[in-house]
Structures are given as C-alpha cells and as structure tokens.
Design a protein around this ligand. Structure first.
Ligand code: TTP
Ligand code: MG
Length: 357
C-alpha cells in the first residue's frame, strides 16, 4: 500500500472565527473584524485570535497584542472569542468532511486532511469533488474554505494556503517540484522562524534552494531534522492520514489585567478556567486523561506542563487538583505572572467510547 498512488485533500476554513462572527452578525459585514481579547481602547492586554481579510490589510495578525491591533485598525469591530460557538460549527464541518473520506484527520479547529485515494480515480475527479465539498460547506454553513489537493499531506497543506480565501489548488504529482521550488522556505511545513533564519544564513531562501542543497551539510547542521527537511523540499511525505476525531483537546487561556504574584488570585482564576473548560467537556460527553497548564511570566517566558492520569475521568475535581499540582512549581515570589491556561486532552467520547486522540 505504501507505494500506491494517493490523492489527499487538505481543507482549511477561511478567517474562521471572524467568518463565523460575520455570519452571526450580518450588520458587521464589510467592516474590519478582529476577534480576540478586549482592546480597552488600546489598553487591553490579551492577543488577537484572528481577524478578517479586511483587517489583515492594516497589518493585523493572529497572535498580535490586541493593543497593537487597536493602533493599526481602531475602526475595526472588536469581538470576544466565542469558542463554544466555533467548536459547534467546527464539529458540523468535520462531520461533513469525514463523510467524504475513507481516512480523515482533523488538524486543529478549522483544518482537516482527507485521504481520497479510493474515492476519486484521477486529479480531474478530485477537483470536481473538492468543488462539491466547498459548495456543500457553503450551502450548509454559509462559510468558505480553501482546499489543497496533492499526492501527500505536505503538498495538500501547502496547496490549501496557496490561494486563500475560497481557493482550490490542485498539484499533481508531476508538478510537485515546480510548485514547491519558488515558494519561500517558511512555507514548508514545520519550518519555524528559527529554522528559516538558519536556512537563510546558508543562502537557502526558497524550497527550490533547499531541494538542491547538499543533504549531508543539512544533516550536519540540523541532525535528523536535516534529512526530514531535505525530503520535504523534494515534496516527499509518506505520513498517513490518521483516523482522528473532530476535537483533540479543549482549553482556555486568560491574560491578567495586571501581571500578578497574588497566588490566591492565580488559583481562583485557574479554578474558573477549569470550570469553563469542564462545561465543554460535559457538553460533548468527553472523558479525559491528560491535563496541561500554561504559565506566561511578565517577560513573556512561557511554560507548559502536562500530566497524564492513570485513568480516564470526567470529574472536575480531578481536573482542578491536577491543574493546581502542575501550577505550584511556577509560583515564585520574584516572578509575576501575565497569563495562565488550562487544557484537557487524550479525549474519549463517553457516549460512543470512541477514541479521539
Ligand atoms: P487559521 O486557520 O490559522 O486562521 P484563520 O482561519 O482565521 O484564517 P485563514 O483564512 O488564514 O485560514 O486558524 C484557525 C482559527 O484558529 C482562527 O480563526 C482563530 C484560531 N487561532 C487563534 O486563536 N490563535 C492563533 O494564533 C491562530 C493562528 C489561530
Ligand atoms: Mg483557517
């Protein structure tokens, strides 16, 4: 099977949180929309979750401090994150997508891989089916997505990002090299900023440059990852589309109004976060096994720490107790905390006993 030709789709919703908000509030259509923390007239302390394409024209981006977004685009409509709503929409979209594929893998809240090898006989059929899927999602959810089609997950994912929004990019096996070659190195999956900088220093700017580089030098500089980078630059990715469910983990972060070393307040806030996350866990009838906390200090140094319990549970007390235990070592008198987060993963549906991670 490993050598059989495959046709893989990667589907990514366009401006997902912002698009759902525009759908729910037609009166904001045509305006710049920024979803994230409260900007508090430029004094807000959280970050931008996402924004629509109109706001992106002003330089607003996911992960940017909300205060900066306010400066760049004060006329935008700023909306809080309604995570529960986006999860519901996501679950319905994943349901549509998974019905079209033999193998399906959700990848975050608004992306999925579909192995379509047994559903279409060639790329022409693949293109038709991709258009049908786009139409079905639009008809049912009034949301647009971008789809990438290729011989493996790597190419499909890069292709879905190629013509956003509402795009469809089909890259046949014979065109893989010419498709990849001119793209900037940071378009290659899993090449972060640091790796991109290191590659740039070696004179490697595009994926084509990397594909023609001496692989032994890459291994010298990057270890095993050097081989992986070299293979990816050739467009080679043999990883299978996994059989995963729609939700991998459920979590929340909160940025404090003021950096704090009031530990009682930190624990109270942690309990509130756990309760919020727990509501969702109950709503979806999940059991969980892994608890993760995040701590960001005032200097933005960020730590995450996880513990996997020896049993599956759906009890709030297990969640809170584990979260407290994980948080304890990070409470140091000399270090003020800016943000904390709590998350559960290794989810199993208690209704169907279906493993999701
Ligand atoms: P993305 O697919 O990265 O972004 P997007 O769907 O908003 O825009 P695009 O059209 O470019 O795909 O992420 C999906 C959702 O995940 C996004 O709507 C909000 C959320 N998100 C965050 O909360 N924080 C982040 O830093 C990022 C990147 C995304
Ligand atoms: Mg998206």
């Amino acid at each position: 099977m490993a050598t059989a030709k495959r046709i893989i789709f990667h589907v990514d919703m366009d401006q997902f949180f912002a698009a759902v908000e525009e759908r729910e509030h037609p009166e904001i259509k045509g305006k710049s929309v920024i979803v994230g923390a409260d900007p508090k007239e430029g004094k807000g302390r959280g970050v931008v979750s996402t924004c629509n394409y109109k706001a992106r024209k002003y330089g607003v981006k996911s992960g940017m401090p909300i205060s900066k977004a306010w400066k760049l685009c004060p006329q935008a409509v700023f909306l809080p994150v309604n995570y529960r709503l986006y999860l519901q929409v996501s679950a319905r979209i994943m349901d549509i997508l998974s019905k079209h594929a033999d193998k399906f893998e959700s990848w975050g809240i608004d992306e999925a891989f579909l192995d379509m090898s047994s559903r279409v006989k060639d790329y022409e059929e693949a293109r038709k089916l991709a258009l049908e899927i786009k139409m079905e999602i639009y008809e049912k959810e009034k949301l647009t997505c971008s789809i990438g089609v290729g011989p493996n997950k790597l190419i499909a994912k890069i292709a879905s990002d190629f013509q956003k929004p509402d795009g469809l990019t089909v890259v046949e096996e014979k065109d893989v090299q010419s498709f990849l070659a001119p793209l900037d190195i940071d378009k290659l999956l899993w090449v972060g900023k640091k790796t991109a900088r290191k590659l740039n220093k070696l004179g490697i700017k595009t994926i084509g440059d990397l594909a023609h580089y001496d692989p032994s030098v890459l291994v010298d500089k990057f270890g095993v990852m050097g081989t992986q980078l070299y293979l990816f630059a050739q467009g080679i990715d043999r990883s299978e589309v996994g059989l995963r469910g729609a939700v991998k983990s459920i979590g929340r972060n909160v940025t404090f109004e003021k950096d704090t070393s009031d530990w009682e307040f930190v624990f109270q806030t942690l309990d509130k976060l756990c309760e919020e996350v727990y509501k969702e866990v109950k709503q979806y009838n999940f059991l969980f096994k892994t608890v993760t906390i995040t701590v960001r200090y005032e200097n933005f140094e960020t730590h995450t720490h996880s513990k996997t319990l020896p049993f599956l549970t759906n009890r709030l007390s297990d969640f809170e107790k584990t979260a407290h235990e994980l948080m304890q070592p990070y409470l140091r008198p000399e270090r003020k905390i800016r943000l904390i987060g709590a998350r559960v993963s290794s989810l199993v549906s208690s209704e169907k006993q279906k493993k999701l991670v």
